[in-house]
Design a protein around this ligand. Structure first.
Ligand code: SAM
Length: 288
C-alpha cells in the first residue's frame, strides 16, 4: 500500500490541532486516489469495514458507512423547518451529498451551489457516486469559487442556505466568521433559514460558542443541533442554525412517506431531539 504521512501499517490516522491530544484511526485496504489541488490535499481510501472515505488535508470528510447521518440532518432540519422552501443555496459540500438530500424536496425549484475546489467535485464523481449523484439534479446550478465571495453578491434570494464547510482552517476559515454570516443574512428572503456545519460541542467549544454568538446577534431564532457521526472527531458534529422567521426546533411540514422511506437518520422526532443538549452545552450557549 502507498504510504502517506498519516498512514502506518495499513491504518489511516487522523490528528488535528483542533482536537489536540486525541486521534482517530481507520483500517485502510487501498489508496484509491491522491492529488494536491490548488486548495488542499485530496485523498480517497477504500477502508476495510466502512466503505470508501474522503479526506481533505488529512481530515476525514466522510465515509460511505455513516455519511447519511450528517447529510440528512444538515439538509432536512432547515428544509423541513421552512414551510415552503423553493430556492436553496449550498456552499461547500463538493462531494454532492447535501445536494442529494436537498433534491428529495419536490417543492424546491432552484438550487445554487458554490464549491471552492473543482477537484473535490471531480474526484467525488469518480469515486463516490452514491453522493455525487446529487449533481445529476437538473435544478442544480454549479459555481466554482469562494462561497463568501459568491454570497456577497446575493440579496433577498434564498429560502434556505446550507453551508457544508470543511473545518475553519485553510479555505474554510472565512466561512466561520461574522462578515460571512452577515452576507448569508442579506442573501436570505425575509423568512429564510441558514444552517451551517457547526463542529463538535465537546471538542470545539470556542468555535461553537462563537458561531452561536454570531447567529444570535443576527437572526430572530438561533439554535444548535447535535448529530451522531461515528467517524467525525468525538463521534459527533453540530449544526448551527439561524432563522429570520420560522421556528427551528420542529418540522413545519409533514415528512411524506416517500421521503421518509429514503432516509436512514432523519425523522420528525429526530429533528426535535437533535436540539436537546446536555446541560454543559446549555451553560455554554444559553446566556451568550
Ligand atoms: N462535512 C464535511 C466535514 O466537515 O468533514 C465537509 C464536507 S465537504 C467535502 C467540505 C467542502 O467545503 C470541501 O469540498 C471544501 O473544498 C469546501 N470549502 C472549503 N472552503 C470553502 C469556501 N471558502 N467556499 C466554498 N467551498 C469551500
Amino acid at each position: 500500500m502507498e504510504d502517506t504521512n498519516h498512514i502506518k501499517d495499513g491504518w489511516f490516522f487522523e490528528t488535528c490541532s483542533m482536537w489536540s491530544g486525541m486521534g482517530f484511526a481507520l483500517e485502510i485496504e487501498q489508496v484509491l486516489h491522491k492529488e494536491k489541488s490548488r486548495f488542499q490535499q485530496i485523498e480517497v481510501f477504500q477502508t476495510k469495514n466502512y466503505g470508501r472515505m474522503l479526506a481533505l488535508d488529512g481530515i476525514i470528510q466522510l465515509t460511505e458507512f455513516d455519511e447519511f447521518a450528517y447529510q440528512e440532518m444538515l439538509a432536512h432540519v432547515p428544509l423541513f423547518a421552512h414551510p415552503h422552501p423553493e430556492t436553496v443555496l449550498v456552499i461547500g459540500g463538493g462531494d454532492g451529498g447535501i445536494l442529494r438530500e436537498v433534491g428529495r424536496h419536490d417543492c424546491v425549484t432552484h438550487i445554487d451551489f458554490c464549491e471552492i475546489d473543482e477537484a473535490v467535485i471531480r474526484v467525488s464523481k469518480q469515486f463516490l457516486p452514491g453522493l455525487a449523484c446529487g449533481f445529476d439534479d437538473p435544478r442544480v446550478n454549479v459555481n466554482i469559487g469562494d462561497g463568501y465571495a459568491y454570497v456577497r453578491e446575493k440579496k433577498n434570494q434564498y429560502d434556505v442556505i446550507i453551508v457544508d464547510s470543511s473545518d475553519p482552517v485553510g479555505p474554510g476559515e472565512v466561512l466561520f466568521q461574522k462578515p460571512f454570516y452577515q452576507s448569508l443574512k442579506t442573501a436570505l428572503k425575509p423568512d429564510g433559514i441558514v444552517a451551517t456545519q457547526g463542529e463538535s460541542i465537546f471538542l470545539h467549544k470556542e468555535c461553537v460558542t462563537n458561531l452561536a454568538q454570531i447567529t444570535k446577534q443576527l437572526f430572530v431564532h438561533q439554535a444548535y443541533a447535535c448529530i451522531m457521526v461515528p467517524t467525525y472527531p468525538g463521534g459527533n458534529i453540530g449544526i448551527c442554525l439561524g432563522s429570520l422567521g420560522p421556528a427551528l426546533k420542529e418540522p413545519a411540514r409533514k415528512v411524506s412517506e416517500t421521503i421518509q422511506e429514503q432516509l436512514q437518520y432523519y425523522t420528525p422526532r429526530m429533528h426535535a431531539a437533535s436540539f436537546v443538549l446536555p446541560v454543559f452545552a446549555h451553560r455554554m450557549l444559553d446566556n451568550i
